[in-house]
Ligand binder design. Structure first.
Ligand SMILES: Cc1ncc(COP(=O)(O)O)c(C=O)c1O
Length: 391
């Protein structure tokens, strides 16, 4: 079968040497990053402090727009930060938790860093309602919707769950939240780049994520979309001189907020990471999220079929429409199996309660899926053989 996306393989050096199936954790580095970081060093070395005026000051907003284009965000609605946890802190700092509307609703399938952040906000008046889930794969929608009430201020949830890749019904959650006057902070880390995200169609209040997984942008860049009407009103108290209307006035006193996206930033931007993120964003835009998604559904379905044939436990939704780019598969001694796969240059990861997470991307070949599954099979057999011999 002809796979037009495979022409991008030559852009990713690590694909020559490994079976790279871990884009839900760290996307492969594009070749272009070498040049981007070399150019960054050159700019610093030759332009020195003039680089701020000539390129760096506007880079944070420019990269925000490049990310925003991928999720149909209007220009200037996406600010850049170091990571998702920081994005949550910026959002939290826009609100007052001392009133009656102070409830924060999410499920136990949220990414832990996000939960740690919100749990800690209880010291500042937030009342956390964590919805328990049953099967470790899905979040019961009705249970989550029922928890969102007139006292709810914020609903910080994942679009695609990191453990199982279950796609939550973000639209229904946003609709319920808006009906009762709450705001949704949608974590699109595990969706943007592999599952279509349209922040305007969802009418979501905030969306945040990072570029290092499906966007192949490397560590160090998180993004925060704020719905433009909110962006005009909100005043984050986690703020700094990048958010000031006249940063080079170095005024004394309170911040006079700039327009978004700078309004949601704070201190000096992380320039090297922003430079390193751009080649990946360009490739994803070029490859196209619809095409990436179509291939991802086909490849993840293939992985599930091969794992089922071997009787392993599938900890991801079987319905491709409700599944993001990852398949979590549990098998005997999964953690050991993962370690051995890494040793054999088959790059995947292991997560408790998920098993081995396998995440092909647009650059993955079908043969690589077979290699991974056959090697797992081989390792499981070797290990069970070793166990039998020892007993
Ligand atoms: C859904 C989700 N949110 C957040 C994170 C990470 O958060 P942070 O950027 O704060 O490290 C991850 C994975 O690393 C994730 O899968």
């Amino acid at each position: 079968m002809f796979d037009e996306l495979l022409r991008y393989r030559s852009q990713f050096p690590i694909l020559e040497k490994t079976t790279y199936l871990i884009s839900n954790s760290l996307g492969a580095m594009p070749q272009g990053v070498y040049g981007a970081l070399q150019a960054y060093a050159e700019t610093w070395a030759t332009r020195g402090v003039r680089a701020w005026e000539e390129r760096w000051w506007t880079l944070a907003a420019q990269v925000g727009d490049e990310i925003g284009t991928l999720m149909n965000a209007p220009a200037n609605s996406v600010s850049t930060h170091q990571n998702v946890t920081t994005c949550q802190a910026v959002v939290a700092s826009c609100f007052d938790f001392s009133g009656k509307r102070n409830k924060v609703v999410y499920s136990d399938q949220n990414f832990p860093s996000v939960m740690y952040f919100w749990q800690a906000q209880q010291a500042h008046g937030a009342r956390v309602h964590m919805v328990s889930t049953d099967d470790g794969i899905t979040v019961p929608l009705e249970r989550l919707l029922d928890a969102i009430d007139e006292r709810t201020l914020l609903v910080p949830i994942s679009h695609v769950l990191f453990r199982s890749a279950y796609i939550q019904d973000a639209k229904a959650i946003v609709e319920k939240a808006h009906k009762v006057g709450a705001h949704v902070v949608l974590d699109t880390f595990q969706s943007l780049g592999t599952v279509p995200v349209d922040v305007q169609a969802l009418d979501v209040d905030f969306a945040c994520g990072g570029v290092l997984k499906w966007l192949c942008g490397g560590p160090g860049v998180g993004y925060l979309y704020v719905r433009p009407d909110l962006g005009k009103k909100l005043q984050p108290t986690f703020t700094g001189w990048f958010a000031h209307q006249n940063p080079f006035g170095f005024e004394v006193g309170s911040n006079r907020y700039n327009e978004p996206p700078y309004r949601f930033m704070n201190g000096t931007a992380h320039i090297p990471s922003l430079e390193a993120a751009r080649p990946g964003l360009k490739l994803i835009a070029e490859a196209g999220i619809e095409r990436i998604r179509k291939k991802s559904k086909r490849q993840t379905s293939r992985l599930i079929a091969m794992a089922e044939q071997r009787g392993w436990q599938i900890n991801s939704p079987r319905n491709a429409e409700r599944r993001g780019g990852t398949v979590s598969i549990d098998m005997p001694n999964a953690e050991e199996v993962c370690r051995e796969l890494l040793r054999r240059d088959i790059l995947v990861d292991y997560r408790p309660a998920a098993g081995v997470r396998i995440a092909p991307h647009f650059y993955s070949k079908d043969e690589e899926l077979e290699t991974a599954i056959e090697t797992i099979d081989e390792i499981v057999k070797e290990q069970t053989g070793v166990e039998k011999a020892a007993s």
